[in-house]
Design a protein around this ligand. Structure first.
Ligand SMILES: [Zn+2]
Length: 217
Protein backbone atom coordinates (compact mmCIF):
# COMPACT_ATOMS: atom_id res chain seq x y z
CA UNK A 1 0.00 0.00 0.00
CA UNK A 2 1.29 3.45 -0.82
CA UNK A 3 1.57 6.20 1.73
CA UNK A 4 -1.32 7.95 -0.03
CA UNK A 5 -3.46 4.84 0.28
CA UNK A 6 -2.58 4.58 3.92
CA UNK A 7 -3.45 8.22 4.52
CA UNK A 8 -6.76 7.77 2.70
CA UNK A 9 -7.62 4.70 4.74
CA UNK A 10 -6.68 6.46 7.94
CA UNK A 11 -8.94 9.36 7.00
CA UNK A 12 -11.77 6.95 6.35
CA UNK A 13 -11.08 5.22 9.62
CA UNK A 14 -11.04 8.48 11.52
CA UNK A 15 -14.28 9.56 9.92
CA UNK A 16 -15.85 6.25 10.81
CA UNK A 17 -14.76 6.56 14.39
CA UNK A 18 -15.85 10.17 14.56
CA UNK A 19 -19.28 9.08 13.41
CA UNK A 20 -19.41 6.95 16.51
CA UNK A 21 -20.45 3.80 14.68
CA UNK A 22 -17.59 1.70 15.96
CA UNK A 23 -15.98 3.76 18.65
CA UNK A 24 -15.31 0.69 20.68
CA UNK A 25 -11.92 1.37 22.05
CA UNK A 26 -10.65 4.83 22.63
CA UNK A 27 -8.48 7.06 24.71
CA UNK A 28 -9.66 5.50 27.91
CA UNK A 29 -7.56 2.45 27.10
CA UNK A 30 -4.60 4.37 28.47
CA UNK A 31 -2.73 2.24 31.01
CA UNK A 32 -1.63 5.33 32.94
CA UNK A 33 -3.63 8.07 34.53
CA UNK A 34 -3.48 11.47 32.87
CA UNK A 35 -1.25 12.96 35.56
CA UNK A 36 1.22 10.08 35.38
CA UNK A 37 1.24 10.18 31.60
CA UNK A 38 1.84 13.93 31.59
CA UNK A 39 4.74 13.52 33.99
CA UNK A 40 6.19 10.68 31.93
CA UNK A 41 5.97 12.70 28.73
CA UNK A 42 8.40 15.21 30.16
CA UNK A 43 11.06 12.54 30.35
CA UNK A 44 10.14 10.46 27.31
CA UNK A 45 13.03 8.11 26.61
CA UNK A 46 14.83 8.28 23.30
CA UNK A 47 14.93 4.69 22.21
CA UNK A 48 17.79 3.36 20.10
CA UNK A 49 15.78 1.53 17.46
CA UNK A 50 12.24 1.34 16.11
CA UNK A 51 10.12 -1.46 17.54
CA UNK A 52 10.41 -4.80 15.81
CA UNK A 53 7.77 -7.47 16.26
CA UNK A 54 8.42 -11.19 16.01
CA UNK A 55 4.79 -12.28 16.07
CA UNK A 56 1.37 -10.92 15.16
CA UNK A 57 -0.68 -10.69 18.39
CA UNK A 58 -3.86 -12.46 17.24
CA UNK A 59 -3.80 -16.15 16.36
CA UNK A 60 -6.76 -16.50 14.05
CA UNK A 61 -9.10 -14.83 11.58
CA UNK A 62 -9.12 -11.10 12.07
CA UNK A 63 -9.41 -7.64 10.54
CA UNK A 64 -6.95 -4.95 11.59
CA UNK A 65 -8.21 -1.37 11.82
CA UNK A 66 -11.54 0.18 10.98
CA UNK A 67 -12.98 -0.43 7.54
CA UNK A 68 -16.13 -1.67 5.88
CA UNK A 69 -15.42 -5.23 6.97
CA UNK A 70 -14.77 -4.56 10.61
CA UNK A 71 -18.13 -5.92 11.71
CA UNK A 72 -18.46 -8.45 8.89
CA UNK A 73 -16.87 -11.60 10.18
CA UNK A 74 -17.18 -13.43 6.87
CA UNK A 75 -14.83 -10.86 5.35
CA UNK A 76 -12.06 -11.31 7.89
CA UNK A 77 -8.91 -13.03 6.72
CA UNK A 78 -5.90 -14.77 8.21
CA UNK A 79 -3.42 -12.53 6.44
CA UNK A 80 -2.84 -8.87 5.72
CA UNK A 81 -5.52 -8.58 3.04
CA UNK A 82 -7.79 -6.48 5.22
CA UNK A 83 -5.35 -4.42 7.23
CA UNK A 84 -5.20 -0.71 7.90
CA UNK A 85 -4.44 1.60 10.75
CA UNK A 86 -6.89 3.29 13.08
CA UNK A 87 -4.12 5.01 15.04
CA UNK A 88 -4.95 8.69 15.35
CA UNK A 89 -3.42 11.41 17.53
CA UNK A 90 -6.00 14.15 17.07
CA UNK A 91 -8.29 14.79 19.99
CA UNK A 92 -11.10 14.78 17.42
CA UNK A 93 -10.43 11.22 16.27
CA UNK A 94 -13.21 9.83 18.38
CA UNK A 95 -15.83 11.23 20.67
CA UNK A 96 -13.43 10.31 23.48
CA UNK A 97 -10.33 11.74 21.83
CA UNK A 98 -7.23 10.21 20.26
CA UNK A 99 -6.79 6.52 19.50
CA UNK A 100 -3.17 5.67 20.27
CA UNK A 101 -3.16 2.09 19.08
CA UNK A 102 -4.67 -0.33 16.60
CA UNK A 103 -7.82 -2.39 17.08
CA UNK A 104 -7.83 -5.94 15.80
CA UNK A 105 -11.24 -7.51 15.34
CA UNK A 106 -11.46 -11.25 15.98
CA UNK A 107 -13.69 -13.85 17.57
CA UNK A 108 -13.99 -13.84 21.33
CA UNK A 109 -11.54 -16.34 22.80
CA UNK A 110 -9.02 -16.17 19.95
CA UNK A 111 -5.53 -16.61 21.46
CA UNK A 112 -3.42 -13.47 21.90
CA UNK A 113 0.34 -14.00 21.89
CA UNK A 114 3.33 -11.92 22.88
CA UNK A 115 4.62 -10.00 19.87
CA UNK A 116 8.16 -9.68 21.26
CA UNK A 117 10.56 -11.22 23.72
CA UNK A 118 10.57 -9.18 26.89
CA UNK A 119 9.51 -8.76 30.49
CA UNK A 120 5.96 -8.73 31.76
CA UNK A 121 5.58 -5.37 33.49
CA UNK A 122 1.79 -5.28 33.92
CA UNK A 123 -0.92 -7.92 34.21
CA UNK A 124 -4.11 -6.69 35.78
CA UNK A 125 -7.69 -5.61 35.50
CA UNK A 126 -8.79 -2.02 34.99
CA UNK A 127 -12.32 -0.74 34.58
CA UNK A 128 -11.33 1.06 31.38
CA UNK A 129 -9.07 -1.49 29.69
CA UNK A 130 -10.47 -4.67 31.19
CA UNK A 131 -7.87 -7.43 31.39
CA UNK A 132 -4.66 -5.80 30.24
CA UNK A 133 -1.07 -6.90 29.79
CA UNK A 134 2.06 -4.90 29.04
CA UNK A 135 5.37 -6.35 27.93
CA UNK A 136 8.60 -4.32 27.83
CA UNK A 137 11.09 -5.35 25.15
CA UNK A 138 14.88 -5.10 25.37
CA UNK A 139 14.90 -1.75 23.55
CA UNK A 140 12.51 -0.21 26.06
CA UNK A 141 9.32 -0.28 23.99
CA UNK A 142 6.13 -1.21 25.83
CA UNK A 143 3.60 -3.47 24.09
CA UNK A 144 0.11 -3.07 25.52
CA UNK A 145 -2.82 -5.45 25.00
CA UNK A 146 -6.28 -4.56 26.31
CA UNK A 147 -9.87 -5.83 26.60
CA UNK A 148 -8.71 -9.44 26.96
CA UNK A 149 -11.44 -11.96 27.75
CA UNK A 150 -8.98 -13.38 30.27
CA UNK A 151 -5.25 -13.43 30.90
CA UNK A 152 -3.20 -16.61 30.82
CA UNK A 153 -2.70 -18.12 34.26
CA UNK A 154 1.07 -17.75 34.10
CA UNK A 155 1.13 -13.99 33.66
CA UNK A 156 3.07 -13.01 36.80
CA UNK A 157 4.56 -9.52 36.64
CA UNK A 158 8.34 -9.57 36.38
CA UNK A 159 8.68 -12.82 34.50
CA UNK A 160 10.31 -13.22 31.12
CA UNK A 161 8.03 -13.62 28.11
CA UNK A 162 8.89 -15.15 24.76
CA UNK A 163 7.35 -13.95 21.51
CA UNK A 164 4.57 -16.33 20.52
CA UNK A 165 3.62 -17.25 24.07
CA UNK A 166 -0.13 -17.02 24.72
CA UNK A 167 -0.74 -14.14 27.10
CA UNK A 168 -4.53 -14.13 26.95
CA UNK A 169 -7.58 -14.25 24.72
CA UNK A 170 -9.48 -11.69 22.66
CA UNK A 171 -12.45 -10.26 24.51
CA UNK A 172 -14.55 -7.21 25.22
CA UNK A 173 -13.72 -6.47 28.85
CA UNK A 174 -13.58 -3.00 30.35
CA UNK A 175 -16.00 -0.16 30.02
CA UNK A 176 -14.16 1.21 26.96
CA UNK A 177 -14.91 -1.91 24.94
CA UNK A 178 -18.50 -0.84 24.40
CA UNK A 179 -19.48 -4.44 23.95
CA UNK A 180 -17.48 -4.99 20.76
CA UNK A 181 -15.00 -7.88 20.77
CA UNK A 182 -11.51 -6.80 19.74
CA UNK A 183 -7.89 -6.51 20.84
CA UNK A 184 -6.50 -3.02 21.43
CA UNK A 185 -2.74 -3.01 20.85
CA UNK A 186 -0.38 -0.11 21.51
CA UNK A 187 3.39 0.44 21.30
CA UNK A 188 4.98 3.26 23.28
CA UNK A 189 8.38 4.21 24.72
CA UNK A 190 8.92 3.32 28.37
CA UNK A 191 5.89 4.38 30.39
CA UNK A 192 4.94 7.19 28.03
CA UNK A 193 1.68 6.08 26.45
CA UNK A 194 1.07 9.54 25.03
CA UNK A 195 4.20 9.20 22.85
CA UNK A 196 3.00 5.94 21.36
CA UNK A 197 3.75 5.11 17.74
CA UNK A 198 1.40 3.70 15.13
CA UNK A 199 1.73 -0.09 15.53
CA UNK A 200 0.38 -0.77 12.06
CA UNK A 201 3.60 -0.90 9.98
CA UNK A 202 5.14 -3.18 12.60
CA UNK A 203 2.03 -5.33 12.84
CA UNK A 204 1.74 -5.63 9.09
CA UNK A 205 5.31 -6.87 8.82
CA UNK A 206 4.27 -9.99 10.76
CA UNK A 207 0.60 -10.19 9.75
CA UNK A 208 0.59 -13.34 7.69
CA UNK A 209 0.11 -17.04 8.31
CA UNK A 210 -1.37 -16.46 11.74
CA UNK A 211 -4.11 -19.03 11.42
CA UNK A 212 -1.71 -21.84 10.65
CA UNK A 213 0.89 -20.77 13.17
CA UNK A 214 0.99 -22.59 16.49
CA UNK A 215 1.18 -20.73 19.76
CA UNK A 216 3.85 -22.01 22.10
CA UNK A 217 1.47 -22.39 25.03
ZN1 LIG B 1 -8.39 0.63 20.52
Amino acid sequence: MTAADHARRLAIAAATVAAGTLAACVASSRPLGRAAAAAASLTAPSLPAPPRLKQFPVRGRHDTGYDAGTDQRDRWSCDDARSNSDFCTSTRCTWHGAHLGNDIWADEGTPVVATVDGTLIQSEWSDYSGNRITIRDASGWSHFSAHLQRRSAEMAVGRAIRAGEVIGFVGKTGSAANGVVHLHYSIYPGDDYESGVDPWPYLRAVEHGVCAATATR
